[in-house]
Design a binder for this molecule. Structure first.
Ligand SMILES: *Cc1c(COP(=O)(O)O)cnc(C)c1O
Length: 396
């Protein structure tokens, strides 16, 4: 089968033609170092600064509040390390996060924990959404930072960012959000949402891999993560990834310019996919049905292994994921599915299908044709399934 149905856009997206073409001249003609004084350097510098303005414009930020990074992971590490260690000097060593953050947040929090920080992880409940009153209750005099993702990468649920921002402002606590999945899918205005720091990444919105940005509100004190040259106004060293920066800004602008019609198209495909997949017996949707990203479908099918499901889908030309790309390959069920309270054996049978505007209704039809057959095939050979239908094992 030559045609591929790509339904793993939360893991990464193909670079669009628009983005690719905008990047090419910065590999070939304007390859100069943006810090150099001659023309091809100056041209590169000009393009970098125009891109910064464009990225800022899409977020309602000022251009000098945008700092380019190597991606979402670096932006998250920088925000949490840089704010955490700075405020630790004032004795503030408490951080609040949600229980199902991306590993680039969870693992840096673990590092801080070993350094004497205390971390409170907010419950996300069955719906996959934190409750603002829990956040209020968790705040202490020594709370340095609240870091809560905008939208979850596995189950697509959207957090009450406005309320979180308002609470943090009321208590004068710095608020960082990992918005890698949200940017380009949800209109964002950092000022009205009271966001102090925001991480984004290009490759989740048809931009290139290895480039992202951290929005840092003017006046926010943060330590550097990477030391070296004076790039990014002395805050993030390293020769600018000129082509990547152009690609990021073009991808982001394209996403923001078309957000309404793409949301409409994606939600329709998503809902058809969910409704169709829910017709399979002993299946369930993970996380809140309404408050979720327009392209996210996350399901569990009782009695089967997500990994086998993925292999069978792959054999039929469908690219999907069982959890986040970062954890597949390990046999532990995803921390996200456990955080919303799914039992281990149910969480093992998970499937994530994530759509982008490049998907079509035909893709959805094809997935809905293949999925029930594959699930049945796997259940027919599953000892766990036999126990479930004989009611020896409790299902959900
Ligand atoms: C992909 C992703 C990241 C990591 O971004 P990279 O650019 O791949 O480092 C961080 N957070 C979330 C929610 C993501 O989906």
């Amino acid at each position: 089968m030559s045609h591929i149905v790509y339904a793993d856009n939360a893991a990464t997206t193909p670079v669009s033609d628009l983005v690719l073409n905008s990047m090419l001249p910065y590999h070939s003609n304007f390859y100069g170092n943006p810090s150099s004084l001659y023309k091809i350097g100056r041209e590169a510098k000009k393009a970098v600064e125009q891109s910064r303005e464009q990225v800022a414009g899409c977020l309602g930020a000022l251009s000098n509040e945008i700092f380019f990074t190597s991606g979402g992971s670096e932006a998250n590490n920088w925000a949490i390390r840089g704010i955490g260690y700075n405020l630790a000097k004032q004795g503030k060593k408490h951080i609040i996060a949600s229980a199902f953050e991306h590993h680039s947040v969870l693992n840096i929090l673990d590092v801080l924990k070993k350094d004497g920080f205390e971390i409170t992880y907010l419950n996300v409940y069955k719906e996959g959404i934190i409750r603002p009153e829990d956040l209020k209750n968790a705040i202490r005099p020594d709370t340095a930072l609240v870091t809560i993702m905008y939208a979850n990468n596995e189950i697509g649920t959207i957090q009450p960012i406005q309320e979180i921002g308002n609470i943090c402002k009321e208590y004068s606590i710095i608020f960082h959000t990992d918005a890698v999945q949200a940017v380009g899918n949800i209109p964002i205005d950092v000022k009205s949402l009271n966001i102090d720091l925001l991480s984004l990444s290009a490759h989740k919105l048809h931009g290139p891999k290895g480039i992202g940005a951290l929005y840092i509100k003017k006046g926010t004190k943060i330590l550097n993560l990477i030391e070296g040259g004076a790039q990014e106004r002395g805050k993030r060293a390293g020769t600018e990834n000129t082509a990547g920066i152009i690609g990021l800004s073009i991808a982001l602008k394209d996403a923001c310019d078309h957000i309404k019609e793409r949301t409409k198209k994606l939600s329709l495909m998503r809902d058809r996919l969910i409704d169709g997949a829910l017709k399979i017996e002993y299946s369930s949707l993970n996380g809140d049905r309404k408050n979720r990203l327009p392209g996210n479908v996350s399901m569990c099918f009782n009695g089967i292994e997500g990994e086998s499901l993925l292999l069978k889908l792959d054999a039929m030309g469908i690219c999907a994921s069982s959890g986040s790309a970062c954890t597949s390959g390990s046999l532990d069920p995803s921390h996200v599915l456990l955080a919303i309270g799914l039992p281990h054996e149910v969480a093992h049978g998970s499937l994530r299908l994530t759509l982008s505007d490049q998907n079509t209704e035909e893709d959805v039809s094809y997935i809905l044709e293949c999925l029930p057959l594959i699930v049945k095939e796997l259940r027919d050979i599953s000892p766990l399934w036999e126990k479930i239908i004989n009611k020896k094992v409790k299902s959900f």
